[in-house]
Design a protein around this ligand. Structure first.
Ligand SMILES: Cc1cc2nc3c(=O)[nH]c(=O)nc-3n(C[C@H](O)[C@H](O)[C@H](O)COP(=O)(O)OP(=O)(O)OC[C@H]3O[C@@H](n4cnc5c(N)ncnc54)[C@H](O)[C@@H]3O)c2cc1C
Ligand code: FES
Ligand code: FES
Length: 464
């Protein structure tokens, strides 16, 4: 049962609304207390339609009903009222919960960050300006409102009901024992992918093993040679971690879903769905990442590009899980950018995506070229022909144009409702040309605040 169904049907807490039941509208947003980067509990907005009840073991949840204390409305509610941010009111509780989280965020220091905070909440009648004004008024104000989040407790759980089993082991030994007894169980972490089977296809999944209780999977670390990112690290945590360390990955993560999904979705979940339009695979493959796989017998490592063995198929064997990815530190001489092309800028799935990494020697000759594309084949793939056209040649517009031509033989994309084959081929080539232009002066440019397209011109990069 999802948290949303529990709140509405069992608890009659109907302030939390259902719009889409698939993470797209934000009407069902609630706040959950999670540990922040400094180890202190913080409120995080999530979509209650994509959280199964057992995933909340040991956690503190706040719904919109709790915000009014006595006669006093919460500052987020007062601000919405003053800015006239609500008409029919259907979206309002969800928007207020996103604003509630925003009141505690001290890092909303750029206009795009406020947009990002709100982009998981759709409103069909008020118009977004008053809502944004209301959020701007309270963001980062850290009100003394008495809603101190409780530290999450252990998530360990073994729960069975109505022929369904949900187990959250707290140690790897407990995990192996569970897998020995139930080798047919499926893993789940954030559930932002898997829960759609329940809410959209009404699947009854008999056995789930949640990896959320394994704290090692939540860790990030770095050495002189590489960054290690645990598979249980959320996309929101990855966004913070990559901001200064891996600018190209950070650009990709910025347009990954919306805040509520970023809080629940994980690196491992994204890679293990092996979707050809998942956003992390092209970014991480271009950076030369390695997948760290563990089973009862020990660990093995495979290059991430070999981790994807077919459409939605990975190299994981039964009873194996992805524990981390290791990403080499990009060379300071390397150019690296990731691109996501989708019909809508925020909260949309890629039509075509790309992660590019090109290094050159002192003479400007290409020594390494990793051009990874999503949306062009059944899996994320490197463009072997285009890479071969670059390595050993001068990094010049002329050679990039030749490499862009070679893409035509590297890929035979499909046409679907997101884009035709011809469109995809054209976009793939143009992204490579855009990459050349954009990295003429800044080799790993961050995305500016006011950009209008994924690819920025060299001029835009220069002026931020
Ligand atoms: C509204 C919405 C928007 C989205 N937008 C984007 C987007 O912009 N870009 C994008 O790429 N994706 C997007 N997604 C997809 C999804 O959010 C991501 O793929 C997310 O990273 C999945 O992580 P999770 O922890 O929620 O996965 P889960 O749903 O928990 O798991 C997904 C699958 O991976 C397996 N799995 C998870 N972790 C492991 C592990 N460590 N080892 C082995 N198997 C494992 C599970 O068994 C399951 O089959 C979106 C989803 C929604 C609902
Ligand atoms: S009901 Fe739309 S995001 Fe949950
Ligand atoms: S106020 Fe009606 S949907 Fe937002």
């Amino acid at each position: 049962m999802t948290l949303l169904r529990y709140l509405r049907d069992r608890k009659q807490l109907t302030g939390t609304k259902e719009g889409c039941a698939e993470g797209d509208c934000g009407a069902c947003s609630v706040a959950i207390a999670e540990l922040g980067a400094d180890g202190q509990p913080v409120w995080r907005s999530v979509n209650s339609c994509l959280v199964m009840l057992p995933m909340l073991q040991g956690k503190h949840v706040l719904t919109v009903e709790a915000l009014k204390q006595g006669e006093a409305y919460h500052p987020a509610q007062v601000s919405m009222t003053k800015a006239l941010g609500s008409q029919c009111g259907y979206c309002t509780p969800g928007i207020v919960m996103s604003m509630f989280e925003a009141t505690y965020r001290k890092d909303l220091d750029a206009p795009w960050k406020l947009d990002d905070q709100l982009c998981g909440n759709l409103c069909r009648c008020t118009g977004y300006r008053p809502i944004r004004d209301a959020a701007e008024e309270v963001a980062g104000t850290c009100p003394n409102d008495g809603f101190t989040p409780a530290k999450p407790e252990s998530m360990e759980l073994a729960y069975e009901a109505h022929g369904q089993r949900f187990v959250t082991p707290g140690t790897f030994e407990a995990l192996w024992q569970e897998l020995d007894a139930h080798p047919d169980a499926r893993f789940v972490v954030g559930g932002t992918d898997l829960c759609l089977e329940v809410t959209k296809k009404f699947a009854v999944i008999p056995k789930l093993v949640s990896l959320e209780g394994l704290t090692e999977l939540k860790q990030v670390s770095e050495t002189d040679a590489f960054f290690r990112i645990g598979s249980g690290v959320s996309i929101a945590e990855l966004e913070t971690f990559s901001a200064t360390r891996l600018p190209s990955l950070h650009r990709m993560v910025r347009y990954f879903a919306a805040r509520q999904i970023k809080h629940r979705g994980t690196v491992g979940g994204n890679l293990c769905t092996a979707s050809p339009i998942g956003d992390l695979p092209p970014a991480l493959i271009s950076l030369g990442a390695t997948a760290v796989i563990r089973g009862r017998g020990g660990e093995r490592r495979v290059l991430l590009e070999q981790f994807f063995v077919g459409y939605r198929k990975t190299a994981l064997a039964t009873k194996e899980l992805l524990v981390a990815v290791e990403v080499p530190r990009p060379a300071s001489s390397a150019r690296a950018v990731c691109y996501k092309v989708s019909k809508r800028r925020e909260l949309d799935i890629s039509t075509v995506s790309a992660g590019f990494y090109v290094d050159t020697d002192g003479e400007g000759v290409v020594t390494v070229a990793r051009l990874a594309y999503g949306g062009m084949a059944a899996t994320t793939l490197r463009a072997a022909g285009a890479e071969a056209a670059l390595v050993g040649k001068a990094w010049s517009a002329q050679n990039v144009a030749l490499a862009a031509k070679a893409l035509a033989t590297d890929f035979t994309p499909l046409s679907d409702h997101r884009g035709s084959a011809a469109y995809r081929s054209l976009v793939a080539a143009n992204l490579l040309r855009g990459f050349f232009d954009e990295t003429l002066e800044v080799r790993q440019p961050p995305l500016g605040s006011q950009h209008v397209a994924t690819v920025q011109s060299a001029e835009e990069v220069r002026h931020g």
